[in-house]
Design a protein. Structure first.
Length: 384
């Protein structure tokens, strides 16, 4: 499942373009299998918040001014498609140029950005292998610069270059980068996948500035102080994020397994500052295994948790749902559950009490984490 979902949209060829008012009808989404083998139900879209700010952007560049707006009263939803009319800001030279590209059919694609709300694991269309977005929120709609033929491409690029607008130059570079991808189909859906891939690329993390007080050597160092130092170092090393899926041996419900020490990040579904949430793996004689009761408990904890972001919630659910399949179980529906529904789920699982770390375990963890701090850095910072 995509963390920052986009989906292709197209000009509604069955309706007329209003040249005088700068209005073009679009099919924002339809009930089809997309390039990720997922299906979105058009009538499951929540457009309440979008209607309050129905912006029409260029290539999902939300840092720049919009080039128009979707007319809220024109948005229609059926079981097969969602449609709406876009009014271009013809007083903006760049927006007017984009409008003319659509009129001349040198552009015919759009793209919506949405946030999943309720996800179904069962296919609803032939050939579907991914999830079904039963409920979702429309966040933003954009024009995307995907040409129908090489000649149109040349005209689009020339129009962008001749405009002399910084936005145009930046977007032209994005377009050139897309067309330089040899293993990507140069069509509207190919461009949406290209934008989706760029949006999910992780920016390199900046190295944190050293903080002298963390590594300052004192004449007397208490064990509790060492633990505090180590935990802060681990927080800097491990960042906050959903943990990637890891396939492991599945153990039976009644097999005796031990819980993992707290700093083994791979045991959890989500990691924050040296502490994990949604524990679902266990330690069997040094081997990391998947325990079904722990997977079920982790899913319940996810439904009860109110702290992690919506994007992380989607990633963790997708992670745990794969373990459900791994354990030959059917994952629950991704939605908000009432307290009594969660209580019913809890009655169906039997999970042993969590393991308390012994002093030997804590000493070993401290020793392993301490090895990640180099002595020269300590001495240099202490002398300062």
């Amino acid at each position: 499942m995509r963390t920052k979902p986009f989906r292709a949209a197209f000009v509604d060829q069955e309706k007329q373009i209003n040249l005088e008012k700068g209005i073009i009808p679009f099919i924002l989404t339809s009930k089809t299998v997309d390039r990720d083998s997922e299906v979105m139900l058009p009538d499951g879209g929540d457009i309440t918040e979008f209607k309050d700010n129905p912006v029409f952007m260029w290539a999902h560049d939300i840092s720049s001014p919009s080039i128009g707006r979707v007319l809220p009263e024109t948005i229609k939803q059926t079981k097969q498609k969602m449609t709406g009319d876009v009014e271009f800001d013809l007083e903006d030279p760049f927006a007017a140029m984009v409008f003319n590209k659509y009129v001349k059919k040198h552009l015919n694609a759009g793209s919506i950005r949405f946030r999943p709300v309720t996800i179904g694991m069962d296919p609803v269309l032939p050939g579907q292998k991914g999830v079904t977005h039963l409920k979702w929120k429309l966040l933003e709609f954009s024009a995307v610069p995907v040409p129908a033929n090489p000649q149109a491409l040349a005209q689009i690029q020339k129009g962008l270059e001749d405009l002399g607008d910084d936005r145009a130059k930046e977007w032209n570079e994005v377009l050139k980068s897309f067309l330089g991808q040899e293993d990507t189909e140069h069509d509207p859906e190919g461009y949406v996948s290209f934008v989706n891939a760029k949006a999910t690329e992780e920016e390199p993390e900046e190295e944190p500035e050293p903080k002298v007080e963390k590594y300052e050597v004192q004449n007397v160092v208490k064990l509790d102080d060492v633990r505090t130092i180590i935990k802060e170092v681990v927080r800097e090393i491990m960042g906050k994020k959903a943990v990637p899926f890891m396939a492991c041996t599945v153990v039976s419900d009644d097999e005796d397994v031990a819980f993992s020490p707290i700093y083994v990040k791979e045991m959890y579904g989500w990691w924050d500052s040296g502490e994990g949430k949604f524990l679902h793996h266990a330690n069997r004689s040094g081997e990391i295994v998947t325990s079904w009761p722990l997977v079920a408990k982790a899913m319940i904890e996810l439904f009860k948790d109110e702290e992690i972001s919506e994007d992380d919630r989607c990633e963790v659910f997708d992670h745990l749902a794969r373990h459900y399949k791994e354990c030959d179980k059917e994952p629950p529906e991704f939605k908000e559950y009432k307290e009594e529904e969660i209580q019913e789920m809890e009655k169906e699982i039997d999970v042993p009490e969590e393991f308390e770390l012994s002093q030997d375990d804590m000493d070993r963890i401290i020793a392993e984490a301490s090895s990640q701090i180099s002595a020269p850095e300590h001495e240099e910072q202490h002398t300062e």
